[in-house]
Design a protein around this ligand. Sequence first.
Ligand SMILES: [Zn+2]
Ligand SMILES: [Zn+2]
Length: 432
Amino acid sequence: MAKSIKYRAPRGTHDRLPDEMSLWYHLEGVVREQMRLYNYSEIATPTFEGTELFSRSIGEETEIVEKQMYTFFDKAGRSLTLRPEGTPPVVRSYIEHSLGRRQPLQKFFYIGPMYRQEAPQAGRLRQFHQFGAEAIGAIDPAMDVEMISLLLSICRRLGLKAIALHLGSVGCPRCRPLHREKLLAFLGGSYSLLCPDCQKRYHRNPLRILDCKRERCRELTEDAPSVIDFLCEDCALHFEGVKHHLQQLEIAYTLDRRLVRGLDYYTRTAFEVISANLGAQNAIGGGGRYDELIKELGGDPTPAVGFAAGMERILLAMEKEGCQIAQPPTIGVYVAPVGDRARAFALSLLKDLRQAGISCDGDYLKRSLKAQMRMADRMGASYTVILGEEEMDRNRVLVRGMRESKQEEVGLDRLVGYLIEKLGVRRQGQTV
Ligand SMILES: [Zn+2]
Ligand SMILES: [Zn+2]
């Protein structure tokens, strides 16, 4: 009977066990491949930043900043926060290293863990993973459409079919005041029915009420006026441009009149990619334009657009759709020694095989030959080298082809060369 478990992973975290990692390698591989095709360069920022970077950019009245940030004080009394999302750190880095001076348009991507203290009943993770892309420097609606096309390409390449693009516009600081006025008038009569958070938002940032997760608030805002009806001339023109280019690329979309996203920094274009298979938490990714954020964080005014996608949700959608994924990794050779002399020889042989670029493994538990053969099978070895005492005396070994279930005697002096040839290892360092 196992002892009772003393330490468990913190609530809302998940161990990615070896069996699961091949899915992650596959997903990350597709992301990196597509990012390369679209010419985005990887950037990696710290997992924590000064708290103000997030509260200032994401917005004080948002769910994330109000309720979900992991904020702590370090020993010097600085307020730090585990990153709840990827865009503010990338923008901070862009400004800090004056990356805009090198090239007028910079295209970045990132992959990594994010942290939000979500309500446990929602079944969401508190450490989750996202990949995202940011294009900083272009105002052209074609840039927005490249961003959307990139996210959809990744989804398609992963085999996801039951997905839909939702598109909206959240306007800019010039066109929002009129919408704000109409929204306040619309909500005024039902003010007392709004949740306490939304009553606060009513005075400080009413647009955020459209983003409230509570049933009552959602019902009350069902027919609320949309920013789309109040866009200024420039924003309307930009939105038309985005729709035009989407048509040009034959990308279908649903116009979403109340798409506001959970972040304050968005301007103009906002979009989400929705999976039909994920129930209530159905967005697998989304993004939009953030033309004011770089100036807001102290940089030169620079237009930008980006997206982020949830990797756990994508894997779940792939599972629901039965998407084909890469097989778990296997090894080239399993070395099965019998007896002490053979075991000592096995250690050198494994080293020689690895130096020749052949992935291999052996026995360190003094198991029987039968148990070792089962092990070789489980590891998916292409060949098993059996080091039997009688054969070793004659400087020979048995090599068993596991797929064809045939074995052959091979001299020790040509064993490594024989396996290299069988496995088709073309040059040193290339693993099989
Ligand atoms: Zn505008
Ligand atoms: Zn509310």
